[in-house]
Design a protein around this ligand. Structure first.
Ligand SMILES: CC(C)(COP(=O)(O)OP(=O)(O)OC[C@H]1O[C@@H](n2cnc3c(N)ncnc32)[C@H](O)[C@@H]1OP(=O)(O)O)[C@@H](O)C(=O)NCCC(=O)NCCS
Length: 170
């Protein structure tokens, strides 16, 4: 994504979707710490917040050659709060990418996921990528419904019935 997109949330906050930069790290950490155990589990594969996760978040800024990390930021003045995060990593074939996404619990069902996912797909297309896919727990019914609504197809995972693969070809 070259330019941030700026809209308004349905309750009047300013919503900016843009690339994560180094100075966002503390805001990203606060966002991940405040997630519910289940949202953290679905996104990171672990419900608890620990030093390993914090270390990984410190290294979250992505070189465009490797992919993109976008954040959704809400503001009502000078203060910015991260309310969503989505990223993709370009695979070795250089034509496909794996994505992940998470939205703050108290902001779910406000269209933030749609904004982030749309910007993520735009960014991948702009980079010349042809396919985006993600691993989703079979028990994560909200996420499966969400990606279906975004035009992704769901297939079985070679890793087992506990996991599904969501993919979209551009
Ligand atoms: C799955 C997830 C990303 C969805 O995010 P979200 O911000 O709630 O998504 P949206 O609000 O854009 O869309 C969800 C639903 O809300 C509703 N919705 C959309 N815009 C809305 C609005 N402006 N107002 C109210 N409801 C709205 C729609 O019913 C939508 O369902 P649809 O996709 O069938 O149309 C979020 O629940 C999440 O972070 N889950 C935990 C992490 C996770 O599971 N990650 C997946 C593994 S990487």
């Amino acid at each position: 994504m070259d330019k941030p997109t700026i809209t308004t949330t349905d309750d009047g906050a300013l919503l900016t979707v843009r690339r994560l930069v180094e100075s966002d790290t503390d805001k990203l950490i606060a966002f991940v710490k405040a997630l519910s155990v289940s949202a953290r589990y679905f996104r990171f594969g672990q419900g608890d917040y620990n030093d390993d996760l914090e270390e990984a978040l410190h290294a979250c800024v992505m070189n465009p050659d490797r992919g993109a990390h976008l954040i959704a930021v809400a503001s009502r003045g000078p203060d910015e709060v991260v309310i969503g995060s989505a990223r993709y990593v370009i695979q070795v074939d250089r034509t496909s990418c794996e994505f992940v996404i998470v939205v703050a619990d108290k902001w779910s069902h406000h269209g933030i996921g749609h904004e982030l996912m749309g910007a993520l797909i735009d960014s991948a297309k702009r980079q010349g990528l042809r396919k985006m896919w993600g691993r989703i727990l079979a028990s994560n019914l909200d996420m499966l419904a969400f990606v279906r609504g975004q035009g992704f197809e769901i297939s079985d995972s070679p890793d087992g019935a506990w996991q599904k693969i969501a993919s979209i070809t551009f």
